[in-house]
Structures are given as C-alpha cells and as structure tokens.
Design a protein around this ligand. Structure first.
Ligand code: HEC
Length: 174
C-alpha cells in the first residue's frame, strides 16, 4: 500500500470517528470544540491521529498517567492520552509488567514490521498465536505472556483498524 493511500485512509478513518462524536476520555484527546486531537501545526491529518481517534484513544482508560482503570499490573510505558503521547510512547519499550507478562518487559511496541510488533500482537489474535518479540523469546503468544487487549477496551474495533495499523507500521510508523 502506498503512503498516499494511507493518507486517504487516515482521512476516511478520522471522518468515521468524528461521526461517532462520543468521547469517553474527555480531558484529553479532544480540543475545545470537542473535535479530535489532531496536530494544530498545519500538517495534514496523520495516519496515527486517525488510528488514535478510531480506537487507540480508548486504551487511555488504563494506559495514561493516573488513568482511572490502571492497576499495579498495568503496563507502565504507554500513554494513549493524546496523539502525541501515543506517538512518543509507542516508540518505547514495555515496562512494569508482572507475573506472566514479565517476559515482555524491554520488548519494543513497534518492530520493523507489524509481525514483529507487540502492539499488533496484543490486538490481533492470529498474530498473537505465533508472535515472538524480537530479542525477547519468552515474550511470545504461546506462553500467555502476550495479553489480549482488544477485549479490555469495551468498544468494538472498527473493521479497517487492524489493516490500517499494519500498513502504518510497515510504512515506518510515520
Ligand atoms: C482495563 C484496562 C486496560 C485497557 C482498557 C487496556 N489495557 Fe493494555 N494492559 C492492561 C494491563 C493490566 C496490562 C498488563 C498485562 C495483563 O494484565 O494482562 C496491560 C498490558 C498491555 C501491553 C503489554 C502486554 C504484554 O503482555 O506484554 C500492551 C502492549 C498493551 N497493554 C496495550 C494496550 C492497548 C493497545 C490497549 C487499547 C486497545 C489497551 N492496552 C487497553 C490494562 C488495560
């Protein structure tokens, strides 16, 4: 998929999510007009902004500083409050995992391709089955170290979300 196609997809995704008009994390991810938190620097709507608006913003219920749903077991690096915190923290590595998931501490959320990305593994059941985090062989789907997150948000994933997420990662996660 070309980057131009991705940008078009981003716009479509963004429009779809604006249509929903319901924000459950009202103190961030929205601007004064209640619109999506899209960069105000005049740049085109980014693919990540569309992915955040369509789905990832719901993850902030648990993954954000002081998030209402966070517990002592919650992964600690991720912050899905806004598009920019999402962009910044997705470039990092997992921390704070305990118990079964401990093996994933240090693993990158984004790999060179979507198949090497912990972010996709926690959202895509098919990948999860065979997933092994690069450099962290114990962080794999077979041992249960990679949790399912699509079941935690309480909101169904738009059908286009996973294909768009995979394409964004394979385009270098711009
Ligand atoms: C209800 C709270 C909650 C929500 C909502 C939630 N998470 Fe999590 N997340 C956790 C907890 C707790 C853990 C620690 C692992 C576990 O308990 O299974 C975790 C772990 C993770 C991990 C590391 C998983 C591993 O096994 O290495 C990633 C990546 C992650 N979450 C991403 C997400 C994404 C993306 C979303 C949104 C689709 C999301 N989370 C939504 C609570 C949540």
């Amino acid at each position: 998929m070309t980057f131009r196609t991705l940008t078009v997809l981003a716009t479509v995704l963004l429009m779809a999510s604006l249509g929903v008009g319901c924000f459950d994390f009202g103190d961030s991810g929205t601007d004064a007009q209640g619109g999506l938190d899209v960069p105000q620097d005049g740049s085109a709507v980014t693919v990540l902004a569309a992915l955040h608006g369509a789905y990832l913003r719901h993850c902030a219920r648990c993954h954000a500083p002081g998030a209402p749903g966070a517990t002592s077991e919650t992964e600690k690096s991720l912050d899905f409050s806004t598009v920019e915190t999402t962009r910044r923290t997705l470039r990092g590595k997992a921390t704070g995992l305990v118990g079964n998931q401990q093996a994933c501490n240090g693993a990158s959320f984004l790999g060179a391709t979507w198949r090497e990305s912990l972010l996709v593994a926690v959202l895509d059941e098919d990948l999860r089955r065979t997933f092994m985090a690069p450099g962290y062989p114990e962080c794999n789907g077979a041992t249960g170290a990679v949790s399912a997150m699509e079941t935690r948000v309480g909101v169904s994933m738009p059908a286009t979300f996973l294909p768009d997420l995979r394409a964004w990662i394979d385009a270098g996660a711009p």
